[in-house]
Design a protein around this ligand. Structure first.
Ligand code: SAH
Length: 348
């Protein structure tokens, strides 16, 4: 049997290509405008939805193009209302995405890669390795999926699912722009947050973007030896260089980076570790997010006791450094930070 080539995703066409297509089909020019609206602002996921296009035209389009939207393999709902999805793309690769509702807002945690190559010792995704990077459309499709499932507008997106966003820089920036665009999902740039384990070339490029996207850095230790053990994938981007890159970022953008610090019992919660973190942050524009490590199966790392987290927050505050203690969401469904596991689903 002849293998059938998959139809091209209509959403990958440029506006010029759509205009040319409409002309080729012998349709009046205003049909192009309607189609562009369905694919942009209205974020259609099928030709059936395009009710102001004639049925015959919709059928013609469906014969030539597809919507390669991901398939929901599983959905788990947490006691706190968070929902974790396993979404599978047309080649069988799947990623996890989390929707987190709170007080009329809806935040989405997206994956930028299937798996991750950074090998952070405390992270479930890191332990499994990298399968492949996602395209911009595949990243945006995760947000659209959550938006449809909740029937609510997504108000913020964090790139804190599987993958290292700056190891997939171009697709991530393209996705950010699709999410931010008034012709797309129209989510404010400040409500779009990219989290990196500290890939310096990515931070330097990110600083040049005109949009006010938010940057988060997974720090986890300000002691080089400890950080090398916890985050071997970014060993070459030393803390000294990271500190310098971040000061340049602040100078250039005027924006405040966030440092993520997951507290691990006996590892990064000792007095010297806490003091070194204070030194790293003092006198710089930053915000520190403290969380207790989420325990993952078979891991030697344990969460620090709550008292240690509170102690570090006080220490930071006494040095004039803003810090927030964050609660994990969705931990009962393994949807919390670092708990997302890469899974490859055998398609057929
Ligand atoms: N690769 C990116 C984004 C993905 S992870 C990055 O490293 O920033 C999102 C956040 O979850 C990161 O801060 C990561 O270090 C953290 N994380 C990973 N495993 C965790 C765990 N077991 N407990 C708490 N946070 C964890």
């Amino acid at each position: 049997m002849e293998p059938t080539t998959p139809l091209r995703d209509i959403r990958s066409l440029t506006q010029d290509e759509i205009r040319a297509l409409v002309e080729e089909l012998g349709q009046p020019a205003f049909r192009a405008k309607q189609l562009i609206e369905w694919l942009g602002e209205k974020q259609a996921a099928s030709f059936d939805e395009m009710t102001n296009l004639p049925k015959a035209l919709r059928a013609q389009l469906a014969g030539r193009f597809s919507f390669n939207t991901p398939v929901e393999v599983t959905k788990q709902v947490s006691r706190d209302g968070s929902r974790k999805y396993l979404l599978q793309f047309s080649d069988g690769v799947a990623v996890e995405t989390v929707g987190m509702p709170s007080r009329g807002k809806l935040a989405v945690c997206v994956s930028s890669q299937a798996g991750c190559g950074m090998r952070c010792a405390f992270c479930a995704t890191g332990l499994a390795g990298l399968t492949r990077s996602l395209t911009a459309q595949e990243i945006v499709d995760q947000v659209l999926h959550v938006q449809r499932d909740f029937g609510e507008r997504v108000t913020s997106v964090v790139f804190m699912g599987q993958g290292e966003p700056f190891a997939n820089y171009d697709a991530v920036v393209e996705a950010l722009r699709m999410l931010n665009s008034p012709d797309g999902l129209n989510i404010g740039a400040r409500h779009l947050t990219v989290s990196t384990c500290g890939v310096i070339p990515g931070i330097r490029e990110f600083a040049k973007l005109p949009e006010q996207f938010t940057l988060a850095i997974s720090l986890h230790s300000a002691v080089q030896g400890t950080r090398n053990q916890l985050m071997p994938g970014v060993k070459k981007y030393t803390l000294l260089r990271l500190h310098e890159a971040l000061q340049d970022y602040v100078e250039k953008t005027g924006r405040r980076p966030t440092y993520e610090y997951a507290m691990i019992d006996g590892v990064n919660d000792t007095n010297p570790e806490m003091l070194t973190l204070c030194d790293f942050c003092e006198g710089t524009l930053c915000h520190v997010n403290l969380i207790q490590l989420n325990h993952i199966p078979d891991s030697p790392f344990r969460p620090s006791p709550v008292e240690k987290v509170e102690k570090l927050q006080k220490m930071l505050a006494s040095r004039g450094i803003e810090a927030t203690v964050r609660n994990s969401r969705g931990s009962d469904i393994d949807a919390a930070c670092g708990q997302l596991k890469q899974r490859i689903v055998n398609a057929r």
